[in-house]
Design a binder for this molecule. Structure first.
Ligand code: ATP
Length: 516
C-alpha cells in the first residue's frame, strides 16, 4: 500500500468509525472545516489532557488560563498580525487554482531532494556495506548539482520573503519552471500578500472601528494576561502560562484533511524568562517537548527537528518538531524564542506597564518569552496515522482473515474497555452489566452484546479499544473473565476483582506522563 493509499483509507476510516466528519456535510461541506464524532472527541480530549497535565502538573511553575477568542482589536495591531500575518499567494490563470507561492517553491525543493535520495539509495544498493553516504553526497557530481540548486533557490526564497519582494518570489517560480499541478501550465498571476485573519463586527454598528478578529493564535490571550496571572498567582520568573483553545486562519490552500484547517485548536505555553536566558530555555523546551512526543511510543525515528532559516517577525530562534505523516515529514509543533517583542509592543500600544520586578536582581524588566505551540488537530492526525494498521490473521481453521486495527496508545484510546457477555442469556448480560457498573467510574467502557465475539472484537479493533473483556458461563462459577489484548490478540483469564487494578496500570495518562 502506498502512503497516498494509506492516507485515503485513513480519511475514510475516520468517517466510517465516528472520528472525523466534514463540517455541514449535508450541504456538501465547508472547505477545511471539520467536526469530531463520538470517538474523535474522546481521542481529542485525551490528547488535550495528556498535554495539559504534562504542562501544568509536571511543572510547578506553569499554570493554565482560558482566554476569550475575541480580543480588543489593538491586540492584533500590537502583535504585528494586522500588518504582517500574510502569506504570498499566486493564482494559475488556466486552472483558476490558488497556491501559496512559498509552498510551490518548497514543494519543488522537496522534489529535487527526493531525486537526491533516490540517487543515494541506488548507490547504497550498488556499493553494499562499503557505502559511505556522507562521502557520496559530497562528491557525486549529480548529487552535488542537485544540492547546489536547492541551496541557491532556498537562499533566494528566504531573502525574497524577508524583503517582501513579491516580484522576486514570482521570478523564482518562473526560473524553476514550476507548473500548476492541475493544469500543468506556467500561466501565473503576480504574487500578492493575503492576510490570514478572519474579521467580523462587534455589536450592531457596522463601523470600521468595530472590526474585530477571530484570533489566529492563542498566545496573545496569554500575553495580555501575563501580569494578572503573575500577580494573583505570585509567580516568580521563570514561569509559564498554558492554554488550549480555538484559533482561526483563512488558509489560502487547505488540503490534507485535518492537517491544515481554517478553524483549529492550539495548545500553547508561553514561558517568561530573564532577558539573556532565553536560549537556555529554548533548548530546554525543545528537548522537553520532544520527550513528550516520544513518550507516546509511536516511533522515535518518525520525529525530527527542523530549524527555521526564515524567522517570523517576533522570533530570534525557532525550530519545528516534524513528524513523518503519510504525506512526508511535516510540522506538528513550533518552539519559538519570541524575545520581548509581544510584551513590549503591548506595553507601547496599551500605555500600561508590563514590567516584572525581579526580587533576585532588584531590577524591573520586560521578560523574554519562549513558547511551545502545538496543533491539537495535527497531533490527532499524527496519532491516528501511525496507529492505522491492516493485518492478515490466520485463523485456527487455516483460513485467512483481515482486520483493521488502530494501535492507539492505550492511555489515549477513546474506549478503554469493551465488555461482552458471551451470549445474550443465562444471566451473562446481567453479570456483564454489573462488572461494567463497577468499572465505568474510572474508565471509558462500552457494553456490547450483539453479533459474534469475533465481530465485536473487529469493531473494537477498528476504533482502537485496547482491551475486550468477555463474561462467560465460567464467570458465574468462579468470578473470572477473559481479557483479550488488541495488539497481540492474546487472551488471558483473570479474576474480575483484579480488573480495576490491571486497567489502572495500563490505561492511565500518568503512565505516559512518567515516561516524559
Ligand atoms: P504552517 O507552517 O504549517 O502553516 P505555522 O508555522 O504557521 O504552521 P504556528 O503559527 O507555529 O504554525 O502554529 C503552531 C501550531 O499550530 C503548528 O505547529 C500546527 O500544529 C498548528 N497549526 C497552525 N496552523 C494550522 C492549521 N491551519 N490547521 C491545523 N493546525 C494548525
Amino acid at each position: 500500500m502506498t502512503q497516498e493509499e494509506l492516507f485515503k483509507k485513513l480519511i475514510a476510516h475516520c468517517k466510517e468509525y465516528g472520528f472525523v466528519f466534514q463540517s455541514s456535510e449535508i450541504y456538501d461541506g465547508l472547505s477545511a472545516v471539520y467536526d469530531y464524532g463520538q470517538n474523535g472527541v474522546e481521542l481529542k480530549n485525551n490528547i488535550r489532557r495528556y498535554w495539559w497535565e504534562a504542562m501544568t502538573r509536571l511543572n510547578e511553575n506553569i499554570v493554565g488560563i482560558d482566554a476569550a477568542i475575541f480580543m480588543h482589536p489593538q491586540t492584533w495591531v500590537a502583535s504585528g498580525h494586522v500588518g504582517a500575518f500574510n502569506d504570498p499567494l499566486i493564482d494559475n490563470k488556466d486552472s483558476k487554482k490558488r497556491y501559496r507561492a512559498d509552498v510551490l517553491i518548497e514543494d519543488w525543493i522537496a522534489k529535487i531532494d527526493d531525486k537526491i535520495n533516490k540517487e543515494v539509495e541506488k548507490a547504497a544498493k550498488r556499493f553494499g556495506d562499503t557505502f559511505d553516504e556522507a562521502m557520496y553526497r559530497q562528491t557525486n557530481p549529480r548529487v552535488m548539482e542537485y544540492q547546489s540548486k536547492i541551496d541557491e533557490v532556498n537562499k533566494r526564497m528566504v531573502a525574497a520573503l524577508e524583503a517582501s519582494d513579491l516580484a522576486e518570489v514570482k521570478k523564482i517560480i518562473e526560473d524553476c519552471e514550476i507548473v500548476c499541478p492541475i493544469s500543468g501550465s506556467k500561466n501565473w498571476t503576480d504574487v500578492r500578500q493575503f492576510n490570514l485573519m478572519f474579521d467580523t463586527k462587534l455589536g450592531s454598528v457596522t463601523d470600521e472601528a468595530n472590526t474585530i478578529y477571530l484570533r489566529p493564535e492563542t498566545a496573545q490571550g496569554i500575553f495580555v494576561n501575563y501580569l494578572n496571572v503573575q500577580k494573583t498567582g505570585r509567580m516568580k520568573i521563570p514561569f509559564g502560562i498554558a492554554q488550549v483553545g480555538k484559533a482561526f486562519r483563512n488558509e489560502i490552500v487547505a488540503r490534507q484533511f485535518i492537517f491544515r484547517m481554517r478553524e483549529f485548536e492550539q495548545m500553547e505555553m508561553q514561558f517568561f524568562v530573564r532577558p539573556g536566558e532565553e536560549m537556555k530555555w529554548y533548548e530546554f523546551w525543545k528537548e522537553t517537548r520532544m520527550r513528550w512526543h516520544k513518550a507516546m511510543g509511536l516511533g522515535d525515528n518518525k520525529y525530527r527537528f527542523h530549524k527555521h532559516e526564515k524567522l517570523a517577525h517576533y522570533a530570534n530562534a525557532a525550530s519545528d518538531i516534524e513528524f513523518q505523516f503519510p504525506f512526508g515529514f511535516k510540522e506538528v509543533e513550533g518552539i519559538h524564542s519570541r524575545t520581548d517583542f509581544d510584551l513590549s509592543n503591548h506595553q507601547k500600544y496599551s500605555g500600561k506597564k508590563l514590567q516584572y520586578f525581579d526580587p533576585e536582581t532588584n531590577e524591573s524588566y520586560v521578560p523574554f518569552v519562549v513558547e511551545t505551540s502545538i496543533g491539537l488537530d495535527r497531533t490527532f492526525l499524527l496519532v491516528l496515522s501511525s496507529a492505522y494498521n491492516e493485518e492478515k490473521i490466520t485463523k485456527e481453521d487455516g483460513t485467512v482473515d483481515e482486520r483493521v486495527v488502530l494501535k492507539i496508545p492505550a492511555a489515549l484510546a477513546p474506549v478503554k474497555l469493551a465488555i461482552f457477555p458471551l451470549v445474550k442469556k443465562d444471566g451473562l448480560p446481567e453479570k456483564a452489566r454489573k462488572i461494567m457498573d463497577e468499572l465505568k467510574f474510572d474508565f471509558a467502557c462500552q457494553y456490547e452484546e450483539k453479533d459474534t465475539i469475533g465481530k465485536r472484537y473487529r469493531r473494537h479493533d477498528a476504533i482502537g479499544t485496547p482491551f475486550c473483556i468477555t463474561i462467560d458461563h465460567q464467570t458465574l462459577e468462579d468470578e473470572t473473565v477473559t481479557i483479550r489484548y488488541r495488539d497481540t490478540m492474546e487472551q488471558e483469564r483473570v479474576p474480575a476483582s483484579k480488573l480495576r487494578g490491571i486497567m489502572i496500570e495500563k490505561v492511565s495518562i500518568s503512565n505516559l506522563l512518567k515516561k516524559i
